[in-house]
Design a protein around this ligand. Sequence first.
Ligand code: COA
Length: 268
Amino acid sequence: MSSQPPAPPATQSADAPADWDDALSAFGPPRPVAEPASPPGALAAPLATARAALERLSTWVAIRSLGRRHRHRIVDHLLALDDRDRYLRFGYLASDEQIRRYALNIDFNRDEVLGIFNRRLQLVALAHLAYGEPLPADPSRTMAEFGVSVLPQSRGRGLGRRLFDTAALHARNRGIDTLFIHALTENRPMLHIATAAGAVVERGGSESAAWLRLPPESFGSQVEQALERHLGEIDFQFKRQAQVISEFVDSVAEVKSHFDATGRAAKE
Ligand SMILES: CC(C)(COP(=O)(O)OP(=O)(O)OC[C@H]1O[C@@H](n2cnc3c(N)ncnc32)[C@H](O)[C@@H]1OP(=O)(O)O)[C@@H](O)C(=O)NCCC(=O)NCCS
């Protein structure tokens, strides 16, 4: 959802850390919906960090930074959302025209757009990280707003959470100290993802605001982002080659069946 974010709260919660169509089945079936796990409590910080890294590896999926040339894919993705999902994503029932305008207005120089493609190169998950100006009340504080959508058939497999984690990493590496999420209070999956990452949620009637304080960038966080970028690019190029080969095989089969049919007709 997009809105003018209010000033973030000063405190931070310590909530517990938590976590595609057939073309994504290689990554495993959807996970059952789970209630938030209990807080890790006694887990020592290094152990928790190692566990989080292992969890990230076990649910690894290629995430790609999108640019202007992907605008039509962004539009196709958002237009595929039904009325309810559009309402949850934007906070109002966005019409096709409003979606096109939204995609056209994304400022790729300022913001970041992240995407996950399936094997057919369909954009199944999309996140928009909008970088804001420093807060007027405290110019030392910087903030970015996170908005996300995953196509229904690809939900429950951790894609929303992976995009959230990656957006947090990118924001952190740009010196942002707070990630802001504006969601409808009824949007339990989105609020679950945010609280599981440690965000503070302020419920205000039908709307909620979630704030996640980000640690400062580090050498490790920069390396992690660079690695993800390279792997994401390799994965996309690999899928593109696979699609080219598949289209070539299809056209050879089509030509062959055409000649078979012509040959049969000539014999007859
Ligand atoms: C919100 C959304 C992005 C989540 O995508 P997703 O890929 O299904 O999310 P994930 O699989 O990563 O995680 C969903 C989490 O919510 C949990 N969840 C799902 N339904 C839930 C519910 N009713 N109550 C509580 N938790 C729920 C899941 O168990 C999972 O938690 P886990 O990782 O601890 O198991 C997706 O539902 C969506 O696109 N909705 C429409 C657009 C929208 O709401 N955007 C957010 C507004 S900015």
